[in-house]
Ligand binder design. Sequence first.
Ligand code: ATP
Ligand code: MG
Length: 500
Amino acid sequence: MAAHVERIAHSGDVLFATTPEGRRLSYAGLWARAGQYANLLRRAGARPGDRCAVQVEKSLEVLALYLGCLRAGVAYLPLNSAYTPAEIGYFLGDAEPVVFVCDPARRDAFAALAAEKGVGHLLTLGAAGEGSLAAGADAEPAEGIDHRAAPDDLAAILYTSGTTGRSKGVMLSRHNLYSNAETLHRAWRFTRDDVLLHALPLFHTHGLFVATNITLLAGASMIMLARFEPGEVLAALPGATVMMGVPTYYTRLLAHPGLTGEAVSHMRLFVSGSAPLSAQTHRDWRERTGHAILERYGMTETNMNVSNPYEGERRPGTVGFPLEGVQVRIADRETGAELPRGEVGSIEVKGPNVFSGYWRAPEKTRSEFREDGYFITGDLGVQDEDGYISIVGRGKDLVISGGLNVYPAEVEMVLDTLPGIQSSAIIGVPHPDFGEAVVAVVSARPGAEVDEAATRRALSGVLANFKVPKRVIVVPELPYNTMGKVQKNELRNRYQGLFV
Ligand code: ATP
Ligand code: MG
């Protein structure tokens, strides 16, 4: 990535990013700033392979710091800005970074913790570019440092979202990132004329790698928003050609009267990922805007694996086909043997995009790879006769009721087509007779009411009895994290006493 950025930086005044507040950053500016950060990291004692942990608010400076780490050969380690100091303590202890960059407002809260964890330098970076990191970088030269990295060298450690348990540190090499960015850039037809609307957080694969690395490789530019807010997104869309989002961005935009066909008629592409996009949202979006959202599937450990086609049918409720160079199989959960089409199994992947292992957890790494090198994603899927892959849920979310498998996505898909339902989550809850009972937790569309008995009746007409939820619980809103993922662990805890 760094080599590409350098080339663009030296080929004239090419624009990299703008913000609604009026900031403009060129590739040359980005490259120079990254050089200053690289020099500062070195001065702080960070050597190739060391970690630089970062928990800050979103800003363009953050991307310069990411690139600065690449230039210095230091592993970039972003952390969710919502994590509390107590949670951060775990990550600092696990990753042992030489440098930890935090928000200026949190410096005091972190000082003792950073010292206790042996962090060499606690520096600060604020959303407006203030703080000791930026001030230190101002005094550094922009050139004179470019680590000669090998493709397998560690580029970043990203922690998984922690949806199913404690977050795991994922070691990603330069080639993991580069190869996936190349593949996506071709698959989604990025050019230097593209302008990406960037509303995603920068501490996660989606906003940091998928969105940013493709933009950098294409020599395109981005409009960077500090957060996702429907009104701000609609105001910025006229200047963009592509938007990437998590499914809740699309449902929230659909709830906004400003989303019209006219408002997005100039757009080239809408991409969704990180969580399942309901087929109903896909259809609603198409009806309202004329655009078919391109849904893709990936994870922290692998970058992107599967994508709906740029040309050809983008099939609602599916994530499409394996990306070029990525081998994907739907396999027997026990043996890893490939299953015939149409059967539900473990999604397993192999390719240059797949990480080398979990940070300081060789046992965990070993248990998640097959002997033939395939990574066991933990997701369950099925491939239809045309080759389109659908995610039917995580292995850990599979409900086994009365000895029969119930795949959450199948039931959620039917629920989402019912007129009053906004979104739904299927969970398994302990039950004295069935082992687990299927329970639906749903939210209603604005102004609509959801009746439990009527909902169960409607499902009985479509689904086998054992799949029909024993209870339908209506809540004002499902618990989503910042990546638009429903926190099913939280729901399971909340309702564990329902039947016992
Ligand atoms: P943890 O591994 O810590 O439990 P996580 O799996 O949510 O958290 P991420 O790496 O951020 O952490 O998310 C990857 C997961 O997100 C995938 O394994 C899959 O379950 C889900 N996912 C991503 N894209 C899609 C999609 N298009 N449809 C359905 N699920 C998706
Ligand atoms: Mg995961």
